[in-house]
Design a protein around this ligand. Structure first.
Ligand SMILES: C[S@@+](CC[C@H](N)C(=O)[O-])C[C@H]1O[C@@H](n2cnc3c(N)ncnc32)[C@H](O)[C@@H]1O
Length: 198
């Protein structure tokens, strides 16, 4: 059920046969979005990355009976990467990802921690390398500092088309737990769809 690192050069081989494309989610939290996506797109392979053990347990609790996590089989179109997504991204082949999700990333609001933010000028060439030309990179955040940061970083690059964000979640985006909490607290998320330039 864990994505085997040895398969990184040929990632679709780690999934059930018949997958037509590969998507990757960074920081799936409780897994609500990943589970909704694999159910809605059975012929799409999804690698779901999360470093937080409680998040991994939460996702597995929706799929397998308690105490059977180690032996249980995941759906054929889902594999987990229980580690930093960036270590996997570096191992994936060029133009191997058809979509990337970064939903409500940790904002690291202090400027001295800005280098830890996933949206970062230093990471953009790596993301552009693994994404197929025309592929979408969906990003959402409710944090005003991160919103300003995304606007600034994506406004200064040329690898992605970067239209302005939507103020409402597009209907084809499943919700996430963190988004629900943010909306309940009265915060105002923004939703970007960046497109890898060809
Ligand atoms: C604020 S939570 C949002 C979770 C979920 N996307 C949601 O919207 O409910 C951010 C999550 O990203 C995970 N995370 C942060 N950086 C990561 C990375 N580089 N690779 C994988 N997971 C990461 C954290 O452990 C955390 O669970």
């Amino acid at each position: 059920m864990t994505f085997p690192v040895e398969q990184a050069a040929d990632p679709l081989a780690a999934f059930a046969p018949g997958m037509h494309r590969l998507w990757l989610e960074v920081g799936f939290g409780g897994g609500e979005h990943a589970l909704a996506q694999i159910a809605a797109h059975p012929d799409t392979a999804l690698i779901a990355c999360e470093v937080f053990d409680n998040g991994i347990c939460s996702l597995l609790s929706h799929l397998v009976p308690q105490d059977h996590e180690a032996t249980a089989k995941l759906p054929g179109n889902l594999r987990l990467w229980p580690d930093d997504a960036r270590t996997l991204l570096r191992r994936l082949p060029d133009s191997s990802l058809d979509r990337l999700f970064l939903l409500f990333p940790d904002p690291w609001p202090k400027s001295r921690h800005a280098k830890r933010r996933f949206v970062h000028p230093a990471l953009l060439p790596e993301l552009a390398r693994v994404l197929v030309p025309g592929a979408a990179w969906r990003v959402a955040t409710d944090d005003p500092i991160y919103q300003a940061w995304v606007t600034e970083v994506m406004g200064r690059q040329s690898l992605f088309e970067a239209p302005p964000p939507a103020a409402m979640r597009p209907s084809c985006w499943p919700p996430t737990r963190y988004e629900t909490k943010a909306l309940r607290a009265g915060r105002a998320p923004l939703y970007w769809t960046f497109v890898r330039r060809g």
